[in-house]
Design a protein. Structure first.
Length: 487
């Protein structure tokens, strides 16, 4: 359409064309902004992992505390502790005494000046040959034969310490099965095959199956949990690892689906009626019996992206508000409070609303195009503003209910080593291998959270006396504070 054609149009037709053009321009502007935001994504303004940042490391979200690095004044040290009596004492006399005729007299009256400890290990392979004895009983004339112990089942087999070390290297050390083979063969001169190591891991997974099921049962009864999901490669396909965790518990399961189907198969959220903290993945909201709390660490990254890509000032105001609320909550908790005063809740709530009003002014909702009901796309920032308005109480649940954490970092930390496993060892070759790793890792992570070393926990499981989560005293973690609605 040229100038002459436009001159022939009446006023209403021109208005319709202008409105269509404005809507198109707004949509294209939103697309450009979205593309620029994607290019500028890094680990500090999105959910991308730090490994994707390359050499251009983003500025940290942490603010200077003003404190000197290291332990602060009054901090109780936690240096190396001597956990056992020395196996050997070696005493060093002054060099001047070596040729002295009075050496024996001085040694009899000596005093210890200083003691320094040298701690080392002795790498030694033991070989025990179990033999059954056959005898002819002189009383009955029967031929009697001895029996092997229950745990001696093969002609040649490996002891529990080697099996524990093999599983620990693979699950705790994130070492691949091939490299586990190299380490064991090189250090102990043990001709152990990769197939045997795989069998050891599978055997351990079976022996921790009961404790892992107990972990799931206890998590279902917890008042507050963190939930998350992450992709994992299994036999060149994408599977999803789902986690549910607390400060004392970790459960990870592997499923083919990331959404509700996978969550149902894991079996925790369908039974859970407490408070679940997550990253606002839509599938979580399908569980209506749950009180949903949203991770503010994710939100801070999104707000940082708004500042960096769109230069919108309201995002910084909201960051400052959230961090101030977090600091105030920590101070109130230290003073013994279990909830915030209502006046303080009202003040923060009003400030939150004022910030979102400014955000809505900078990202207005556009009218549908003439003759259509189709709403213009909001773009990433507009969608964030809409979500903040809709999910306000869930983002601020950490302040209205002090039993709820500010973020979902606990669940993300529990996943971190799972991702390290993939990076170090590559993908899992079978779904059985992935599930075995998830089960043992859930067991070991929970044991370590409760003060039991991973190596000892695995060894106990292989010996048939695994760590049990039901022996934990949960009285301190079962406090359930009432939810205060934000005014």
């Amino acid at each position: 359409m040229n100038r002459e054609d436009l001159m022939k149009l009446d006023k209403e037709e021109l208005v319709d064309i202008i409105m269509t053009l404005l809507a198109t321009i707004a949509e294209l502007t939103a697309k450009v902004a979205d593309l620029e935001a994607r290019v500028n994504q890094n680990s500090k303004n999105s959910s991308k992992p730090p490994s994707t940042d390359g050499f251009n490391k983003p500025k940290s979200l942490r603010k200077p505390s003003g404190k000197k690095p290291g332990g602060q004044e009054g901090h109780e040290g936690n240096g190396h502790k001597i956990t056992q009596e020395p196996d050997e004492y070696i005493q060093h006399m002054p060099e001047e005494c070596n040729q002295c005729p009075n050496l024996l007299d001085c040694q009899a009256e000596k005093t210890i000046d200083k003691t320094r400890h040298e701690i080392d290990i002795v790498i030694k392979t033991t070989h025990t040959a179990h033999q059954t004895i056959r005898v002819e009983c002189p009383k009955s004339s029967e031929v009697l034969t001895g029996n092997f112990p229950d745990h001696i089942t093969g002609v040649i087999q490996y002891g529990v310490n080697i099996e524990t070390l093999a599983v620990s290297l693979n699950v705790i050390g994130m070492v691949s099965i091939n490299r586990t083979n190299e380490i064991l063969s090189g250090i102990f001169d043990v001709p152990i095959s990769t197939g045997t190591i795989t069998s050891m891991i599978a055997d351990c997974a079976k022996k921790v199956a009961g404790p892992v099921e107990e972990i799931k049962e206890v998590i279902v009864a917890e008042p507050v949990i963190g939930v998350d999901e992450t992709g994992t490669r299994v036999d060149k396909k994408t599977y999803w690892a789902h986690t549910a965790s607390t400060e004392k518990l970790t459960y990870i399961g592997i499923e083919t689906s990331r959404g509700k189907k996978g969550m149902d198969a894991i079996g925790i959220l369908p039974k859970f009626i407490g408070k679940a903290i997550h990253d606002c993945w839509a599938s979580y909201f399908a569980f209506a019996a749950i009180v949903h709390g949203l991770c503010n660490a994710h939100l801070l990254r999104e707000l940082t992206a708004v500042i960096e890509n769109a230069k919108q000032s309201w995002a910084q105001c909201l960051i400052d508000l959230l961090l101030d609320m977090k600091k105030v909550k920590e101070r109130l908790l230290a003073q013994g409070h279990q909830s915030a005063p209502r006046e303080l809740l009202k003040k923060y709530s009003q400030t939150f609303d004022e910030i979102l009003s400014e955000a809505l002014m900078q990202n207005p909702i556009l009218e549908p195009e003439p003759g259509t009901r189709k709403k213009p796309k909001r773009g990433k920032i507009g969608a964030l503003v809409d979500r903040l308005i809709l999910r306000k109480e869930q983002y601020l649940l950490f302040f209205t209910d002090f039993s709820v954490p500010f973020d979902n970092n606990q669940a993300e930390r529990d996943f971190r080593m799972f991702k390290v496993k993939q990076k170090v060892s590559g993908c899992f070759r079978t779904i059985e291998g992935a599930c075995n790793f998830a089960a043992i890792f859930s067991y070991v992570s929970t044991a370590r959270k409760n003060g039991v070393s991973g190596f000892n926990a695995i060894r106990d499981a292989l010996l048939g006396v695994p760590f049990s989560v039901k022996t934990i005293d949960n009285n301190q973690t079962e406090k359930d504070f009432p939810i205060l609605k934000i005014g």
